[in-house]
Design a protein. Sequence first.
Length: 191
Amino acid sequence: MTATRILMLGAPGAGKGTQAEKLVARLGVPHISTGDMLRAAVAAETEVGKRAKAVMESGALVSDEIVTAIAEERLAQADTASGFVLDGFPRTAPQAHSLDGILSRLNVKLDACLALTVDVDAVVERLQRRAEIEGRADDNTDSVRRRMDVYEEQTAPLLEHYRSQGLLVEVSGVGEIAEVAASIEARLGSP
Ligand code: AMP
């Protein structure tokens, strides 16, 4: 069976976004990234964007209420019928609980929670490279450190939530992009 409803977890800089892009291209499903949606809201200066901007730049988390509303609205759109790759949501226990509710209201189940594992040195190097290439406002040193702490404290515990549901698939995110993508394909199946 090929997984098409996939949730991605991993520390900042683990390569989630890159591998999510590869997966959606291969599976033909939408890439749902709360980080991308929030950055678009900031750029468009919407109410949500105005509230999220400073929080994002500091490396802290935007409120569960805001991101849950964004994710729910996006997941309810018709193009998710073929599946989706959810990237960056949930990040906290309340968000994971909300997602369980959203999916059950939509009458769908996740096929897999894909966790990309990395060591911190590799992550820091990758984030520094990304800062040079993309100039993301939240890739300064303090913010990177804050995002690592937030991940360890609030997001890493979710691995257990998905392990207990029998959904957790752990893949090493260290290595060339194509190698990591091949490992993911081997574990999740191809269409
Ligand atoms: P990302 O692109 O996924 O690394 O997200 C960039 C930033 O957007 C994060 O550091 C948070 O400030 C915010 N963000 C994205 N997704 C979430 C979420 N699920 N919960 C809270 N904040 C989020």
